[in-house]
Structure formats: structure tokens, C-alpha cells
Design a protein around this ligand. Structure first.
Ligand code: ADP
Ligand code: ZN
Length: 627
């Protein structure tokens, strides 16, 4: 049987996209980026996680190799993922390799030899390696022979101290530009507010580079932020209600919280694994591999986990603790739903998060200027969490995009009741003021609320606080309401918490405007249990097939899909790669739907390039023939 698609050496980008990756069209700005880089231009690419950054340098690398220009060097901090990334390229028939500490001496030499011959199309290396004399002299040799095609700098925000993954080794990557001025560079990141972007340009000397900024919207992700009460139980209920059997990531602030949460989830029957920097490297790698290779694992992790994880079918990302800023939140939540199917970003947020994050900034040894920037970034996230309007509009606005209400976030789906908390806020601030005046010391939130609500506690008696003019003037407010007021006052800086002095409340510059009535305080109505509220439940595929890709298949199609998945699992195990590297769920679903009888029937299905057709076409037909 002859198949018209075959390996060519055509350097045309669209042809490469089609032939190597099996995709019909470039997405968004991919084509413009690819053409610019193929022509030798420098580029800075800002695209949300899951937007399709890899192809922006992989296609040019292949095109330039086919045009006789040699090797593309990909600088990436993700040593633990290089094996899979290179494996995915091999599956597509691309000559790729990596150089890192996991290779032994012989393997290293072998890769180096092949690189020096200009045979390798994409060479992945960690930034610390790029700066070794040995590697630089190899690059020199390639460059002298015109065999250094391109530098791709992945996760470029690592160069910026404003980004949340600062890696000092990235700073020295200017050597690439200085030493190999004629070689084009493409830097890519998913993290890029204006400040970080400017820093990347400056640090990597990309002033002359064209900037490609795509929309940061991820329409398939549903954003939900709930008030934190008993976060582990809230999380469990969320998983049980919406994501049984799904792969997900749960982010926690501390290692202990990671351990405890993973255990609780396991006890409740969820397939959860812990991941944090305190675990042995081998255990971390094992858990990461299981997450990538098996279906339906929930990874409970600190932010040490996730960069570069390109698993397409992560159905939810949950935050049990609030991250530091919107960039972190957006990058972490962006790991959900890369395949374009429905996914959730869920966060539990409470007063303690505000206090903790503020304290971490205050107590950090950084300079005042740095702290100011960090506070500004935290404030932006806090106002997102407190918002009663569309979350997505706010997120996109942060990245400089205008949009209208999305219809796919908690606030759009269930517009929260808003109440005017201005009066309560003023009473609360007055109480803080009077208590301090009367007693000469400050008190914590609990005591202040007791005074306001007129409760005769032991402490009230001890300090004679029933005599205060504000005693009992807030009796009409519930404690939940006052907590909300407190949280918002702290979130907006109208009140601060002194961590050095038993978390006591202190008035700030910002208190005055609220006290004078110049600023009104609008609050979300606290609901008893946000996760219990009515929510349009998403359709789940029946018959135990959680993949949204397969949801529309008929019964035979489902059976074919299941058989294809089983076959794919075997291949993936043999090749020691994650299953989605062989074929995405969406590709298997498309095959199951088409019910192919010949190799021609497989052609043109998204995700089946020439190499995969050649390697797996016959097997796929055999699996399908059983139905
Ligand atoms: P990023 O690195 O920006 O987070 P990836 O490069 O991992 O995103 O791409 C996300 C997913 O989208 C991958 O599964 C990839 O195969 C797929 N993808 C990228 N570009 C295209 C395209 N033009 N057509 C179809 N699928 C694409
Ligand atoms: Zn919305």
C-alpha cells in the first residue's frame, strides 16, 4: 500500500507543520513567528501556557536544518523533562538530543559527536551547561562552519528577578548574543507582565527582537475562587463533584500541607501523590513520571512542580493556598486543559492567605524597592480574589487585554450578592483606633470583632473594653461578615497585620480614607458553602471515558477508542514515554470516529504526521479492524 505522505526535505514551514506534526494549520501568531525566525530574525514570544510555544522554535529548527544551516540549541531549565521532550520529537521523526547530567560520559560524547557533525536538529541543554568552556568551544566549531542555526531560550522569564522562577544562570546567556551575533535567537515565556517583559529584553539584550504577544485568554478554563473554610474538605468535595478520575494538580504553600493533603486525598480514594523540594530527587522523578504516564493521577505539590509539564489532559488545577501574584496563579492554572477541553482553575482563599503573603514580603531580606514591587503584585491578585465581577476580565486586564464578561467563571455563572460594608469597615477601624488609644497596645482580629459585636469575653473584662464607645456598635454584623470586611481592608492595605507582634491589627495610611468615608467598601456576600451552590455541571462522557475528546462517540466508537487507548498504553510503556506523546486523546478519538480501513483514511487526521503514520498506521488499522 502506498501512502502519498512521505518524508521530504522541504523547508517550507506549513509543509513541516503538516508532514512532521500532522497539524493542518498554525495557531494564532505561530505562523508569523515561525516565518520571522526562519528568515533569521530574533523574536520574543509571549504566549499563555498551552498556547503552542514549542512549535514556534521546533518548526524553524527543522526548516533551518533542511536548508543546511545545522543545529538549533534549545536552552531549557527543565532537565527532568528533557527525556520526554526529546522522545516526543523522535516519535515525530525529528533528530533531537539532550545534554545534561543524567547522561553518562559515553552518551555525552556520542551526542557531542553527532552535534559537531551538524546532524542533530534540536539539541536541548540546561543554561549552566551553555556556559562551560567545553560547550562553547563546540558551538564555536559549529558556528565557524555555518552549522549553528538558531538559539531557542525557553522559559525566558527565568532571567528576570520579577518573574517567579528567577535562575541566575540565565543571566549569563548574553554570551550567546555576544559570541554568536549572527545566529538568530527566539526567547519564549508564558509569564510576562510589562515589568518582566522589559526585564527579559534588557537582560537578554533582545532590544532588536520582534515581540509577539498573543492573547492570554484560555477560554476553556473555568476560574473559581471560593472562601476558604475547611480547605481540604472543600477540595475533596470539588474533586468528587466535578473531577472524579481526572488528572489534576493541587498547589499548596508548604511541604507539610502537601504531605497532609496528599494523604487525606488518598484516604478518600483519590489517586494522589505528593511532590515538593524536600522529597528525594528519585521520588520526585518517580511521582512526576507516574503523573505523566498514568491516567487520573492528582499531583499535590508546591510550586516546585509543573514548569514545562506539557501533559495535555490535566482537567483541573486547584490552589489550597494563594500564590504570590497573578503571574504565578496564571502560569499554574494554565497547566489545566492544554488539549482545549473543559478544565477548572479552583482556588480557596482566606484571611490567612492575605496575612501570610504580606508577612512573607515584609520579612524577606530583599530591598525596599523590590518589596514595593512584590506588594503591588500581591495587591493585584488580592483584588482578583475579592472581585465580584468577571474573573477573566480582570486576569486579561492584568496582561493588558480588554475583554467582556466571559460566562465561564464563578462570578459570571453565579453572580455573587454584594453588600455595602462601608459602615462595618468604619466601625471596625474606629475600634482598632480606640482600643489602641485606651490600652496603648494593639490586638488581634478576634478580640476586635468581639468588641464590635459586644461580646463580654474574658479579654474584654480583663482590659475593660466594654467601656469603649465602639463596644457593641457592630452587633448587627455576623462574624463571617466582619471577617470579610477585615480581609478586604487588609487586602486593600487599609489595615495591616503586624506579624512581629502576635498578628495584631494596625491602622495604616490607607485607613484614613475609609474612616472619613471617602472610600466605600463593597463586599461579596459570604455564602455558607460556595462549593455547594448550584453550578451548571459539565457533561461527562458516559461509560467511564472521562476524556472530553471522546464524548461525542457512539457505542462502537467508544469501544474503538478504549481499544486504541489500551494499545497506546502498551506502546508508551515500550518506549518509556507518556502516552500522549504517542497520540493525544483527541487524535485517538478522531481515529475512533473515522473507523479507518486503509492508511489513506488516517491521513489528514490532526496529530498524525508522516513518521507516526509509517510507524503506527498498520497497528492502528489492526486495532480498529476488530470492531
Ligand atoms: P506551550 O509550550 O505554549 O505551553 P505547547 O507547545 O505544549 O504549549 O502546545 C500545547 C498543545 O497544543 C500541544 O499539545 C501541541 O501539540 C498543541 N498544538 C500546538 N500548536 C498546534 C497547532 N498549530 N495545531 C494543533 N495543535 C497544536
Ligand atoms: Zn467571567
Amino acid at each position: 500500500m502506498s501512502v502519498s505522505l512521505s518524508h521530504t526535505s522541504d523547508p517550507d514551514p506549513s509543509q513541516i507543520l503538516h508532514e512532521v506534526f500532522g497539524y493542518a494549520n498554525f495557531r494564532g501568531p505561530q505562523q508569523a513567528i515561525v516565518e520571522h525566525v526562519v528568515d533569521g530574525g530574533d523574536a520574543l514570544v509571549l504566549m499563555p501556557t498551552g498556547g503552542g510555544k514549542s512549535l514556534c522554535y521546533q518548526v524553524p529548527a527543522i526548516a533551518r536544518q533542511r536548508a543546511g544551516r545545522g543545529v538549533t540549541v534549545v536552552v531549557s531549565p527543565l532537565i527532568a523533562l528533557m527525556h520526554d521532550q526529546v522522545g516526543a520529537l523522535h516519535e515525530a521523526g525529528v533528530d533531537a538530543a539532550f545534554l545534561n547530567s543524567t547522561l553518562d560520559w559515553e552518551e555525552t560524547q556520542d551526542v557531542e559527536r553527532r552535534m559537531l557533525r551538524g546532524e542533530i536538529t534540536l539539541l536541548y541543554a540546561a543554561p549552566e551547561r551553555v556556559n562551560t568552556p567545553r560547550f562553547l568551544s563546540q558551538l564555536d566549531s559549529l558556528n565557524e562552519r555555518g552549522k549553528l542555526a538558531l538559539f531557542a531560550i525557553d522559559e525566558a522569564h527565568c532571567v528576570s528577578q520579577w518573574g517567579h522562577d528567577f535562575r541566575p544562570e540565565y543571566r549569563s546567556l548574553t554570551v550567546l548574543h555576544e559570541r554568536y551575533a549572527g545566529v538568530p535567537r527566539i526567547a519564549l515565556t508564558a509569564t510576562a507582565d510589562a515589568l518582566t517583559r522589559a526585564d527579559i529584553v534588557e537582560r537578554l539584550q533582545l532590544d532588536g527582537a520582534r515581540q509577539f504577544v498573543s492573547s492570554f485568554d484560555r477560554p476553556n478554563i473555568r476560574y473559581t475562587i471560593v472562601e476558604k473554610k475547611d480547605p481540604t474538605t472543600q477540595l475533596l468535595r470539588f474533586i468528587e463533584r466535578e473531577h472524579e478520575g481526572d488528572a489534576g494538580v493541587v498547589y499548596c504553600q508548604s511541604r507539610k500541607r502537601v504531605e497532609d493533603t496528599a494523604q487525606t486525598l488518598c484516604e478518600a480514594g483519590v489517586d494522589a501523590l505528593p511532590y515538593h523540594a524536600g522529597l528525594d530527587a528519585a521520588v520526585r522523578q518517580k511521582h512526576q513520571d507516574r503523573f505523566l504516564r498514568e491516567d487520573g493521577i492528582v499531583m499535590v505539590a508546591t510550586i516546585a512542580f509543573g514548569m514545562g509539564i506539557d501533559k495535555p489532559d490535566v482537567r483541573f488545577v486547584a490552589h489550597l493556598d494563594m500564590p504570590k501574584n497573578i503571574e504565578g496563579y496564571y502560569q499554574e492554572t494554565g497547566r489545566a486543559g492544554r488539549d482545549g477541553g473543559p478544565a477548572d482553575a479552583w482556588m480557596a482563599y482566606g484571611l490567612q492567605d492575605v496575612v501570610n503573603q504580606r508577612r512573607m514580603i515584609d520579612e524577606s531580606p530583599a530591598g525596599e524597592e523590590f518589596k514595593q514591587v512584590m506588594r503591588g503584585k500581591l495587591d493585584a491578585l488580592l483584588s482578583l480574589a475579592e472581585a465580584s465581577d468577571c474573573r477573566r476580565v480582570r486576569l486579561l486586564h492584568y496582561f493588558g487585554e480588554q475583554s467582556s464578561p466571559c460566562g465561564n467563571c464563578d462570578n459570571c455563572l453565579n453572580p455573587p450578592q454584594v453588600w455595602n460594608g462601608t459602615d462595618a469597615a468604619r466601625k471596625l477601624l474606629s475600634t482598632v483606633y480606640r482600643v489602641q488609644q485606651q490600652s496603648g497596645i494593639s490586638f488581634g482580629a478576634g478580640h476586635i470583632m468581639d468588641i464590635l459585636r459586644g461580646k463580654s469575653t474574658e479579654k474584654v473584662t480583663q482590659y475593660d473594653h466594654a467601656k469603649l464607645s465602639t463596644f457593641g456598635i457592630g452587633s448587627e454584623f455576623s462574624e463571617v461578615q466582619l471577617r470579610g470586611v477585615l480581609r478586604q481592608l487588609i487586602a486593600t492595605g487599609a489595615l495591616s497585620v503586624d506579624a512581629q507582634a502576635f498578628n495584631t491589627l494596625q491602622l495604616t495610611e490607607g485607613s484614613r480614607a475609609v474612616l472619613k468615608g471617602d472610600v466605600s467598601v463593597m463586599l461579596r456576600e459570604s455564602v455558607s458553602s460556595p462549593s455547594d451552590r448550584k453550578k451548571p455541571r459539565r457533561e461527562k462522557a458516559s461509560g467511564g471515558a472521562p476524556s472530553p475528546a471522546a464524548a461525542t462517540l457512539d457505542a462502537t466508537g467508544q469501544a474503538r477508542f478504549a481499544a486504541l487507548k489500551a494499545w497506546r498504553g502498551e506502546v508508551a510503556r515500550e518506549h518509556n514515554l507518556p502516552a500522549y506523546v504517542i497520540f493525544h486523546d483527541a487524535t485517538l478519538a478522531a481515529i475512533a470516529e473515522r473507523a479507518p480501513a486503509t492508511l489513506e483514511d488516517l491521513q489528514g487526521l490532526s496529530g498524525i504526521g508522516a513518521k507516526k503514520l509509517e510507524a503506527y498506521g498498520v497497528d492502528v488499522l489492526r486495532v480498529c479492524a476488530a470492531f
